[in-house]
Each structure stands twice: as C-alpha cells, then as structure tokens.
Design a protein around this ligand. Sequence first.
Ligand code: BTN
Length: 329
Amino acid sequence: MNKNVKPNPASLQDPVLRALRESAEPVSGEALAGRLGLSRAAVWKRINRLKALGYAIQGSPRRGYRLLGLPDKLLPQEIASGLQARLLKGPIHYFDTLPSTNDLAKELGVRGAPEGTLVVAEGQSRGRGRLGREWNSPPGVGLYVSVLLRPPLPPADLPQITLTAGVAVVRALRQAGGVTAGLKWPNDLVLAGKKLGGILTEMETESDQIRHLVVGLGLNVNNRQFPAELADLATSLALTTGRTFSRLRILQVWLEELESLYQRFLAREFAAILEEWQDYTVTLGRAVRVRQGAVEICGQALEVAADGALLIQTRSGEVVRVTSGEIAW
Ligand code: BTN
C-alpha cells in the first residue's frame, strides 16, 4: 500500500463522543471522567480534539459539555452511526484527500480486504471518471466513495452491477434528499439535463471469475460552482435546488440501498432491478449516438438487455448491442 497514505485518526471511535451523543442533557467533565475511567485532563483533551474535527460542543463550567452539532465531514464514526447496512459497512478508510478512492480500494482488494470495505475521501487530487476522464473532486462538497465487493460471479455480470449501483443512488437521493435524478445509460446520474454524478466500476478477475470489484461513486452534492469547462455540463444537488444537503445521509442511504439491491442481484433478481432502472432512465426512446473507439453508432435507444447491454436500432433497422461507451444525443 502507498506508504504516504495514512488513514485519518478520526476513524477511531471516541468514547467521549459516544457519551455526549447518548445524552440529551449536558454532561460534566467529572461525570465523563468517572464513567469512562479517564482523568479530567484526558476528557478535556478529547473534547478539544473533537472540536478540532468540527464537532460543535458547548462547554459550561457549571453544567458541563453538550453536543450541539456534527461536522460537515464524512468521518467514519458518523458514517457508522445509525448505518443499517450489515455487509457494506466497512472497515472504513477515511481521508481528507486521496489521489483516487477507487485506486486505494483496488489496492486494498488485492491485499485481501473484506467485502464491504469502504474508502471515503473529502476530496481527490486525481479522481478518475469513465473512459479515462478526470473526475472533478473539490474538497468538502461532493461524495467520493468506493466500495469493495466480492461477488462470486463471472466478469460478464459487471454491467449489471453498475446498473444496480445506479438504481441505489437514485433511491438514496429520493429518500435522503427528496430529489429524483435520472439515469443515463450506463451509469450517469443526471438532473435538470446536466451531469450530477457517475459510477466507475472496476474489477480484477481470475480464471473467469470476479476476484473483487470496486464500485466508485462520485456525486456533486453541495458544489456552488464548477470549473468553466464543466459549467454547462455539470450540476450539483445544491445548484439545482438551492438547498444544502447532508452528504453523510446520502452516503448512508446509498450504502443501505446498494446492499439490499446487491443481495437481490446475488439472488438472481436482476430482472426486477432492471425494471426499476428503466423507470428512472432518461436514455430509452431517444435518438442517441455512441462512440466506440473510431466507430460511431447512431439510432434510437430501444431497451437494455437482460445482461445490461444497450440495444440501439440504427436507421437501417438493424439492432446493435452496445456494452460500453459514452452516449450523446
Ligand atoms: C463517470 O465518469 O461518470 C464516473 C465517475 C466516478 C467518480 C468516482 S469519485 C470516487 C471514485 N474514485 C475515483 O477516482 N472515481 C470514482
């Protein structure tokens, strides 16, 4: 593993934080020290450390400490707190910044990390999109997260998992943000005609079996601006709605929905997931162009086949299967 990449110490569960979280009333330093078997000075040190992480903690000499607010960060203890997922719940590797969460998740996969391992960063310096593109990843406003999966399946199933992950994002945005995004084949999230996010799925195989795969989600959440070259193409939840969203909540619900859909996928229920994908898609029925290397296919997007491929009817009437590429209309 890259030796320069160190997990943020915030990944450690803090008993002082747990005690404050569990109490609606202020808790005195003395009571915290007694309950946790710490000295008063150690409690004070931990309180200051939590404040430095962004926790709003009110301290009054007579009444004690009270937790007033959480940091706008994707700290592991916050992700874990209240997360219903049983499989996709970590270990959580959290960083202020990383080159790419997918790169680290792939590395962890090779080193035998368990299914459900999560890599989360506040920002990325070399975030990667599909087709070798760069993924704009400014700190603190977007979601950049990668999940490690180990499905006992052949590589040909990868497109279906990508579609499944997209359905989970649409569900999460509805539940956690009250926003209905669309899906552009295969895995673009669109809102108000612009790109809101995307999924980069990458796998390692061994004798025609997936050894591990990484599902990387990039979502523009509270971005208020984009670089000039993206301004006409990209949007965020905040820019489209004028509201601010909890990245944490969206991430938690995505993990829960992804887990439940992934279980169904493993139980061979992809047909039902595909039906739901079709409810959300903005691709089918439209005139589309897909570039595949030097070749461009033009026609009408007819349907998505059971294996996740897009079927396009060209002007000559021929139906062409497309398994990768970028759609334009
Ligand atoms: C796309 O091109 O639509 C897919 C974008 C995927 C970006 C995410 S951000 C988290 C993860 N890490 C990366 O480097 N890429 C993915």
